[in-house]
Design a protein around this ligand. Structure first.
Ligand SMILES: [Fe+2]
Length: 299
């Protein structure tokens, strides 16, 4: 009997990144991706909204790029105080912070295995600046892929403590996990490094991949791969680098996880039915059979 799917969190709210070239990176997210600048912090950090939440991306000036933290929204019956206590019982560091950033009155900051920082909160302000019709017109923050030298322990933190479910892997190296109905909200990549691999935004519809690629190209940004359909998740995906050299994925049509059945529903198509969690080979990254021409794991 597998354990019931009942994660403590239900969505990825925001990601904070350190940037060497803050203004150019900010312009990429605002002008080319279509986000809205909401606030500037005391240390020069920029808070960017997709359309509803106070922020979904935070950019902080620094000497070099880094993943600062990932913010998840707790289900209402899990309080910050309770989570802090349970994290400390695991032997991990947890710090409750109040008014540490605009839009989030209270959160618990957790240092997970490998030094990966989480912020877990119950509420984030929703000033709703609206979605832009310019640039790539991104819709929502969907997932992130994190490379960790402590991947096994980090994976266990996501699954055993936060309650994420395993949905697929690629060659055992990249493991996909979810806390909601998306095929994946996180991709834990086990390599001897500690950094963000990519962050992913869902587009409004697959037709927007074309206008998104056009918007990137107008801004002088090349595609790295795609848009094409993946095998794991079957999302239509295209990748590029932001000016901070963080890889960004635009995606649509991702498989929908049905935890009660332990399967993925197609959106709208995949070859194997019913599709249960499986290990996909590295050489089969494109559901349409076309070559996959850059190294997805190390890229
Ligand atoms: Fe992805």
């Amino acid at each position: 009997m597998t354990k019931p799917f009942d994660p403590k969190v239900f969505r990825l709210g925001y990601i904070a990144l350190e940037c060497a070239d803050l203004e150019r990176t900010r312009d990429h997210y605002v002008e080319t991706l279509g986000m809205t600048e909401m606030a500037r912090g005391h240390d020069g950090e920029v808070y960017l909204s997709l359309g509803a939440d106070h922020h979904n991306i935070v950019l902080r000036p620094a000497a070099q790029k880094a993943l600062v933290h990932q913010g998840y929204q707790l289900k209402p019956h899990h309080t910050v105080a309770e989570v802090a206590r349970d994290v400390q019982a695991l032997g991990l560091k947890a710090t409750i912070k109040t008014d540490s950033q605009p839009g989030v009155a209270e959160l618990v900051e957790v240092e997970a295995p490998g030094g990966v920082m989480f912020q877990l909160f119950n509420e984030i302000a929703m000033p709703c600046p609206g979605w832009k019709e310019t640039g790539a017109s991104i819709l929502r923050l969907g997932h992130l892929a994190v490379i960790s030298a402590e991947a096994e322990k980090l994976f266990q933190f996501y699954t055993d403590f936060l309650g994420f479910a395993y949905t697929d892997d690629i060659a055992g190296v990249a493991r996909f996990i979810t806390c909601n109905r998306d095929h994946h909200v996180v991709n834990v990549v086990g390599l001897p490094d500690n950094r963000v691999h990519h962050i992913a935004f869902e587009l409004k519809a697959s037709a927007f991949h074309v206008s998104a690629c056009d918007a990137l190209r107008r801004a002088g940004v090349d595609q790295l791969w795609g848009p094409a359909r993946h095998t794991a998740g079957h999302n239509i995906a295209g990748y590029h680098y932001d000016p901070n050299k963080v890889m960004i994925e635009f995606y649509t049509e991702m498989d929908v996880f049905v935890p009660e059945l332990g399967i993925q529903e197609p959106r709208p198509w995949h070859e194997i039915n019913p599709l249960k969690p499986r290990s996909w080979p590295l050489e089969n990254m494109n559901a349409w059979g076309a070559p996959f021409e850059f190294n997805f794991v190390t890229g």
